[in-house]
Design a protein around this ligand. Structure first.
Ligand SMILES: [Zn+2]
Length: 169
């Protein structure tokens, strides 16, 4: 199977159904492990990007949060949310079929705090300079209590700073 073509077919079918033009196919050992089109329109879930939906399905199927040994095909160079999820699941390789520059003349995504063209620039800013209003809690006792949650986690893990689910590779 041509997995890149499969990714295109999924995205095209999704558009035909009224969905958005994105899809992801996750391949392991030469076979499709999980795949999805973008489901944002169908579910009203702004996080239901194809990458996120497919990564969830693949991890549930394998019973792990690590996707070592997989290649992930994505229709378009990922948004920062999906890029983050790709970093989190550690695939062997990510293959993107179009750049954001190539598809931008044909696609629009209207959001309050970013445009697709400024998305990466926006994320790279210091939090105070981002268009998304953010505030660091000012009460010192609350800040300390928040750090205590991490101390509690550390105690819970025998004083180590390694999560039991960490992948050694
Ligand atoms: Zn995304």
């Amino acid at each position: 199977m041509d997995f890149a073509q499969r990714t295109i077919d999924l995205a095209r079918d999704n558009v035909a159904e009224g969905g958005r033009p994105f899809a992801t196919v996750i391949v392991k050992d030469g076979e499709v492990l999980a795949e999805s089109a973008n489901k944002v329109v169908q579910t009203n879930d702004p996080t239901a990007h194809a990458e996120i939906v497919a990564i969830r399905a693949a991890c549930i199927k394998l019973g792990t949060e690590h996707l070592a040994g997989t290649t992930i095909y994505v229709l378009a160079h990922p948004c920062p949310m999906c890029l983050g999820s790709l970093y989190y699941c550690s695939p062997d390789e990510v293959v993107f079929l179009t750049t954001r520059d190539a598809f931008e003349p044909h696609y629009v995504d209207v959001r309050k705090y970013f445009e697709p063209a400024t998305l990466y620039h926006e994320f790279a800013k210091d939090w105070k300079d981002r268009r998304l209003p953010m505030r660091h809690e000012s009460r010192p006792e609350i800040r300390s209590a928040a750090v205590e949650v991490f101390r509690f986690w550390q105690e819970h893990n025998g004083g180590e700073r390694t999560a039991s689910t960490d992948s050694p590779d």
